[in-house]
Design a protein around this ligand. Structure first.
Ligand code: HEC
Length: 464
């Protein structure tokens, strides 16, 4: 149980919220005296229960999307789903009625009462009454917490002023001097997947989204705590954001298997790369800004031309899913942590000799295997140390010879995030437990432990 990370916990909570909404809707409609059938109040709960599992933007069976009005109004593979005002010419009714209705393809058929609600809605004109904020994930107030949220990402600003810590629906911005909460950056995305400060320290980029609904990139000004830009991207979460060396462009991967580059100023898509066959978790730039690296669950770290999205090469031998990745601060090397506990450092270079001997020519160093998935990797600012977070412990290695210099214990559960301070004096860890630990990387000594969410917030939450 402990290995399950909060994202699924959050999902459950989110679904519960949606369900209670649906139930509320059904009761209301039963009480009212035969009013017009409402798409949002009456029909969407039925579709949510019986249809949306197969008919949503990410799983468009028969090219039908029943999850929103905007989706449902688009024709399916064999034509329109309905004709407003004319039930007899509405395909959907053919599908859900009759002795053995063909839809839902699995699960219980709709009841006669439910089918007739849909019939009436079409007869009454099939109107859309979706409220403006129906699918909004914006919060009216900052979140409160029953327990510290799982930490998925940590980032220090290069100028040494800020430490950004991921929360639920927000980034908890701390000053590095006192390690105190200075601002809560509350955004639209329930889930924060990654964060990165621009090389000039002016901006904090945050990637995330709502699973199976939208991806989002946010750009914050850490000095004012204001949101500068928020860009919606695709229909699922986006991961592994990284800045181009000139602080102008952002690269990130997605659950849609793509890698994208956008302009930070206006979100314009500059490049899209579709050569991976699984989720893309990480990205990193080369110094010239013309090439970048992506790391995916498909096991590959791919070198990409950022100008035209051309695939250059896989830099590594395909050994295990890439779950974490970090560029060396000086060398054009990339460390990655694998799903099976492997940790390796590669040159970010074409892999031309590979086909001849099938040898892993770009491999710089292989480290000892971790006891579980290597969820996080991070270099110290001068590149002399590599930290690796897995299940319950963080190991520190000297990058010169690959020797382990310290083992940082005391965590429980997976460590999803690691960050070295710019002066190299602190290593911060976070993960499943939701606690921040501060270590001295030179000695492995634990310097501090704290909860990054506001104190006193813990009681109010249960009701949320
Ligand atoms: C378990 C998956 C599943 C569920 C649940 C499901 N469908 Fe389907 N649906 C499909 C598949 C697959 C197709 C493609 C045609 C086929 O293979 O029969 C389809 C096709 C359709 C089509 C025809 C599209 C076209 O133009 O050919 C309609 C309309 C439709 N579904 C409506 C519904 C409705 C309404 C519900 C809920 C009451 C529902 N479906 C539930 C899997 C599902």
């Amino acid at each position: 149980m402990r290995s399950t990370s909060s994202p699924s916990f959050l999902d459950t909570r989110f679904l519960t919220a949606c369900l209670s909404l649906a139930v509320g809707g059904a009761i209301e409609s039963a009480v009212a005296a035969d009013p017009a059938v409402s798409w949002f109040r009456d029909i969407t709960p039925l579709f949510k229960r019986s249809c949306n599992g197969c008919h949503n933007p990410n799983k468009l069976k028969g090219e039908v999307d029943t999850s929103t009005y905007a989706g449902f109004v688009k024709p399916g593979k064999h034509g329109p789903n309905f004709l407003a005002g004319d039930p007899a010419k509405s395909r959907i009714l053919e599908e859900i009625t009759g002795k053995e209705p063909s839809m839902p393809k699995e699960g219980d058929a709709l009841t006669a009462a439910e089918a007739s609600l849909i019939e009436r809605w079409i007869r009454e004109g099939a109107k859309d009454d979706t409220p403006e904020d129906a699918y909004s994930t914006r919060l009216k107030e900052p979140p409160t917490y029953a327990a510290p949220p799982v930490i998925t990402s940590l980032a220090f600003s290069p100028d040494g002023r800020w430490l950004a810590i991921s929360g639920y629906h927000e980034v908890l911005l701390h000053s590095t001097a006192e390690l105190q909460l200075k601002a809560r950056l509350v955004g639209e995305s329930p889930r924060i997947e990654s964060m990165a400060f621009s090389p000039d320290s002016h901006w904090l980029a945050v990637s995330g989204g709502a699973p199976a609904r939208f991806g989002e990139l946010q750009i914050w000004d850490p000095t004012t705590g204001g949101l500068t830009n928020g860009f919606k991207i695709g229909a699922d979460c986006v991961f592994g954001v990284s800045w181009s060396p000139d602080s102008q462009r952002l690269a990130f991967g997605g659950a849609d298997k793509s890698v994208r580059v956008i302009a930070a100023v206006d979100g314009k898509e500059l490049m899209k790369f579709d050569n991976h066959s699984d989720w893309v978790f990480r990205t990193a730039w080369m110094d010239d800004g013309k090439r970048m690296l992506s790391g995916s669950r498909d096991r590959a770290m791919k070198l990409i031309n950022t100008a035209n999205g051309q695939f250059i090469d896989d830099i590594n031998k395909l050994l295990e899913p890439v779950v974490s990745m970090a560029r060396h601060p000086k060398e054009e090397w990339s460390a990655y942590g694998g799903a099976e506990g492997g940790v390796r450092v590669y040159r970010m270079k074409e892999n031309q000799e590979r086909t001849a001997g099938n040898n892993d020519v770009n491999l710089v160093r292989e480290f000892e295997r971790q006891t579980g998935t290597a969820h996080s990797v991070a270099w110290s600012a001068d590149g002399s140390l590599l930290a690796v977070g897995s299940a319950g412990e963080v190991r520190l290695y000297q990058s010169s010879d690959g020797k382990r210099s310290a083992t940082l214990k005391g965590h429980s559960g997976a460590i999803f995030a690691l960050a070295f301070s710019a002066d190299g004096k602190q290593l911060i860890t976070g993960g499943f437990e939701g606690l921040i630990r501060v270590f001295d990387p030179a000695t492995g000594e634990l310097l501090a432990v704290f909860t990054p969410v506001p104190a006193g917030a813990s009681k109010q939450v249960a009701a949320q």
